[in-house]
Write a protein that binds this ligand. Structure first.
Ligand code: ADP
Length: 264
């Protein structure tokens, strides 16, 4: 199977902290795979994601993007590899005063010279592609609206389209629905799943909500205190594994989840 991301012996200890946030993590992500990373707050999920695209520099270990090493890479190579790694954040990170289209075009910056980027000299073809994707994702009526005028769910969708403009091989989503109401969360998760499926983009999504992970992913990575304690098919995730990941009895965890959605 073709690996889009490979993580070997990853460790991250933040400065001033005695305890590693991530330790001894090994994982690989295949093309088109949809992975949910779950675990209690502080388990290291966000650190793991940020180490993959080098937003956080690991203390030890190696990370490969499409077979090329990003750890220890030159700034130019890091920039090149990052183009293939789209990132979606909990709080979308859009520029509120710019239009939806302008925000989405920022996804092309990694492919442009600094000057062209600063002057907003985007290729016509890229603009057409942006409009197309925005129309396909139900945002066609908002092209010239300022990002700051949109609802939380709409902003998150714009953030996803911006990441798609990078033509990523993998999309890393860090708690993409944590600040959304349930209806918007569903729209956003369905969009992530559908665009990744259609374009064979791999996706690694950190989710606080176990029920969303069960519903939308094919594979689960469970983290506890910086380590991977489960890595396997979502369909095989059992109640006892979830209790192990969260170190809590199911009764305290399964708010909103039907027991029948679990295998045992
Ligand atoms: P999760 O995403 O599972 O909530 P994080 O990766 O955010 O976990 O955090 C893992 C650990 O690293 C926590 O103990 C957290 O306090 C610590 N941590 C996260 N970011 C930083 C940072 N920038 N500086 C210092 N410690 C951090």
């Amino acid at each position: 199977m073709e690996q889009v991301v490979e993580v070997c012996g990853l460790q991250k200890t933040y400065r001033g902290s005695g305890k590693p946030a991530v330790r001894g993590v090994n994982m690989a992500v295949a093309r088109g795979e949809m992975i949910g990373v779950i675990g209690p707050s502080g388990a290291g999920k966000s650190t793991l994601l940020r180490c993959i695209n080098h937003l956080v520099v690991p203390t030890a270990g190696r990370v490969f993007i499409e077979g090329e090493e990003i750890t220890g890479a030159s700034p130019a190579k890091t920039r090149k590899l990052r183009r293939r790694v789209g990132m979606v954040f909990q709080r979308h990170n859009l520029v509120a005063r710019l239009t939806v289209l302008q925000n989405v075009m920022h996804g092309r910056l990694g492919y442009m010279s600094t000057l062209d980027g600063a002057l907003g000299r985007y290729a016509e073809e890229d603009k057409r592609r942006a409009v197309n994707i925005l129309e396909q994702t139900g945002l066609g009526d908002f092209l010239y609206h300022r990002a700051g005028e949109l609802s939380g769910g709409q902003r998150q969708r714009v953030g996803i389209v911006r990441a798609l403009m990078q033509e990523p091989a993998v999309l890393l989503c860090d708690e993409p629905i944590a600040s959304l109401d349930p209806a918007s969360a569903q729209v956003v998760m369905e969009l992530i799943r559908d665009v990744c499926r259609r374009r064979a983009i791999a996706c690694v999504v950190n989710l606080h909500q176990v029920d969303a992970a069960l519903k939308y992913t094919d594979r689960i990575i469970g983290m506890f205190e910086g380590e991977i304690v489960y890595d396997g098919p979502t369909a095989e995730l059992t109640g006892s594994v979830i209790e192990k990941i969260y170190n809590k009895p199911m009764a305290e965890l399964m708010i909103g989840i039907e027991r029948t959605e679990l295998t045992a």
